[in-house]
Write a protein that binds this ligand. Structure first.
Ligand SMILES: NC(=O)c1ccc[n+]([C@@H]2O[C@H](COP(=O)([O-])OP(=O)(O)OC[C@H]3O[C@@H](n4cnc5c(N)ncnc54)[C@H](OP(=O)(O)O)[C@@H]3O)[C@@H](O)[C@H]2O)c1
Length: 344
């Protein structure tokens, strides 16, 4: 006989006071709101942001989302099976296989059952492995927001030269795959040991990040993307040509400024950091963006298209049970190859 449980199990992160430790808890399962679906999680990914949040990173700004008080459940994306459907949802039915994401909150996806807005879920295509899709949504949406922040779209990308720093990471790998499918010519900055992976993901050219390559690349790119380190942001801006489309970075200091400086000084410091970098842009560059993750339906729609064409994927390096979340977090914090998944 199938027992319907009224509680979910969750890996609760205890926060920096415990060194970023975890404890398993039973938490109540709630009925989905009208626009929500409950998903029985098959797998949820651990991203670098989860590792940083476990150490208290972002706590001041994320407190505005109720996402900074420990213990809390981390995790933004998931794949699984629909177990309950809100009254206003017609896109999904019980038993549907789905993948998708949640905005950053204290009720993340590292749990057995999760409530998700139906608009942030996609159907797993017939014959595809849901586990292979669980690590895509958060990374993909952030990458897509960065690329659109830099002024690139599927419509204007063909023939554009794009320089990607951090090209072998999660965001970088997805950017290489999507931009090559869009017809852009992508140069990947990465460690030499990752050159083959970058070319396999669609890079037209690879550059050794250990050789401080920025000056020799010249002012020749239409778009630069920084997924690696804020320390190199100005050097990347120097690779844009006059009249280029733009630049985006996911590794800006905004959250850290708020953590370290308090509200007022953080606002001033953030505005001044941004202005200082923007002022170095070559003539006529239109876009300069600091990307912050948020769910985005246009990005999810592009993810769906690429998944259905089998044109997008990330290697999975480790799968652990929720009870062993600490091992998955260690895998990510040590920068080991492949994404880490948690399975209830
Ligand atoms: N702002 C936001 O909302 C947001 C959202 C998602 C992600 N992020 C951030 O965006 C970054 C990329 O995310 P991800 O998931 O792609 O991370 P990831 O998988 O860890 O990839 C980061 C890549 O950048 C490379 N890298 C890091 N520091 C470098 C340096 N100093 N020089 C050269 N290469 C360097 C890494 O190489 P090695 O591992 O070999 O060093 C790795 O290939 C992370 O810092 C993440 O925290 C921000």
């Amino acid at each position: 006989m199938n027992m319907i449980t009224t509680t979910a199990k969750a890996s609760m992160c205890l926060g920096p006071s415990s060194g970023g430790g975890f404890v398993m808890r039973q938490i109540p399962r709630r009925k989905p709101a009208a626009d929500e679906v409950e998903v029985a999680v098959a797998a949820a990914s651990v991203n670098p942001i989860d590792v940083h949040r476990a150490q208290g990173y972002g706590r001041r700004l994320l407190s505005l989302l109720g996402a900074s008080r420990f213990p809390m459940v981390l995790g933004n994306d998931l794949a699984g099976t629909v177990t309950s459907v809100g009254t206003g949802v017609s896109r999904f039915q019980l038993g549907d296989c789905v993948y998708g994401l949640k905005p950053t909150s204290a009720e993340g996806t590292h749990a057995s059952h999760v409530l998700v807005k139906a608009n942030y879920l996609l159907p797993v295509p017939e014959g595809q492995d849901p586990l292979a899709l669980a690590a895509l949504p958060y990374c993909f949406v952030t990458m897509w927001l960065a690329i659109s922040g830099a002024g690139l779209t599927r419509e204007n990308a063909s023939g554009k030269s794009v320089l990607v720093h951090g090209a072998a990471g999660g965001l970088g790998t997805l950017a290489l795959q999507m931009l090559s499918e869009w017809g852009a010519k992508v140069t990947a900055i990465a460690w030499p040991s990752n050159f083959d992976a970058c070319i396999g993901a669609g890079a037209a050219d690879v550059v050794d990040c250990t050789k401080k390559p920025f000056a020799s690349l010249g002012r020749s790119f239409d778009v630069t993307l920084n997924f690696a380190t804020w320390d190199d942001d100005l050097l990347l801006l120097g690779c844009l040509r006059d009249g280029a489309l733009g630049h985006a970075t996911t590794v800006h200091p905004m959250l850290r400024n708020f953590d370290e400086l308090g509200w007022t000084r953080a606002v001033l410091s953030t505005l001044s950091d941004k202005k200082r970098h923007r002022s170095t842009l070559p003539k006529g560059v239109k876009h300069y963006a600091w990307t912050l993750f948020r769910p985005d339906e246009a990005a999810l729609s592009e993810l769906r298209r690429l998944v259905e064409q089998n044109d997008i994927s990330l290697p999975i390096g480790l799968i652990r049970s929720l009870e062993d979340a600490a091992e998955a977090f260690e895998h990510v914090s040590k920068g080991k190859p492949g994404r880490a998944l948690l399975k209830p």
